[in-house]
Design a protein around this ligand. Sequence first.
Ligand code: MN
Ligand code: MN
Length: 465
Amino acid sequence: MEEIEKSTEELLKEKLFYKKKNAFTSDEENYKELVRAYAEGYKTFLDRSKTEREAVVEAIRMAKENGFVEYKLGEKITRGGKYYFNNRGKSLYLFVAGTEPLENGIRICASHIDSPRLDMKQHPLYESEKMAYLKTHYYGGIRKYQWVTIPLALHGVVTKADGETVNVVIGEDEGDPVFCITDLLPHLAQDQSTKPLSKAFSGEGLNLLIGSEPFGECDEAIKLNMLKILNEKYGIIEADFMSAELVAVPAMRARDLGLDRSFVAGYGHDDRVCSYPAITAILENKNSEHTIMCVLADKEEIGSEGVSGMQCDLIIDLMEEICKCLGGNFNVVKANSMCLSADVNAGYDPLYSEVFEKRNSALMNCGVVMSKYTGARGKSSTSDASAEYVGKIRKIFDDNGVIWQTAELGKVDVGGGGTVAMYIANHNIDTVDIGVPVLSMHAPMEVIAKNDLYEAHKAFSAFCK
Ligand code: MN
Ligand code: MN
């Protein structure tokens, strides 16, 4: 074929213009097969990890399979060792002690494993007009109308009076019953339909329907029957709800979406779609030079507070322990450490184009998203990574063939959001947000593209390498 000579303008454009890369045009060998195979593992992880506690159990299982051993504060850490620190069953730290001097810094990938959901109150159970309900208190930023009339499963733990903690999962097996929150029929919704969305559904109205059969003919016979069933299965009594963490989550499993199966639909992509690649990146890293750490944090959706959240001193305590064992000035180690805050961003949705600024939005299938800053309004509540640090990460990604893009979360004045980035950056550790674009974020069923998931794995692997 005759080669057409490129004009000077075209050559100059090639040199000077930025062009977003579509992952479907990747020249990596067997790209499609790699992407699909990786997504299969992810779907399994998603199905097994609907709560932060379940994600911790699953991540520990994966870590043990890859030679990681449990570490407890104060124990010895040796070079080349692979450890996991289980924080109260609700957050997890995986780390590998590298072979190079620790003062070169630790490479940290921090994601979160909690997702928006409906928590049960401490006194949840009541009956009304021949039906039994559990009262809920929503956790994280939900749009209430999305949580009615969908099948919900009950997950969590109950600690009994004698101190024993039992695990509860109802609604996940094919033969299991499910639960739901009912909604008004359109015939009688004239009034409700005229209300703004923020007013049409109340938090106090999100009560879970759990049964209707009475036990005997006493007062509150239905409530009694519900307790009888729970007691037979889990040995719990009504007072035990006070020392429980029971949550309602969508009962669906993660599934391929689309004729071409290019998407995954599921509950809790935010932020397990970043947690899973952060885990696989550290597990697959062999003979690490750098000391690397993967953090799976809890409580991000409600502000990262508390003993299992990213604002807890635990990350610093662990880094200090590593310092004590491997040697190195702690302040120097912190200053030279680097962190990727692995969290999702909003995928550009053409159905809601009015809230996005297209040039600075994350397009689906265009790779992992880097967000130099998150926050709201005039960049409030964000750590805003430096040009130099963004440049460093940019080079790591480019050198390793990672397909990536940059984005903000929607238009400047429309809203905003934050991640754990600032809480890590506050410790004098350079941090930038890297994650997967998500459609319908925080909905019971969120959507991600398999290509972007795979690029996240490549990105975190390159960072650890
Ligand atoms: Mn998130
Ligand atoms: Mn979120």
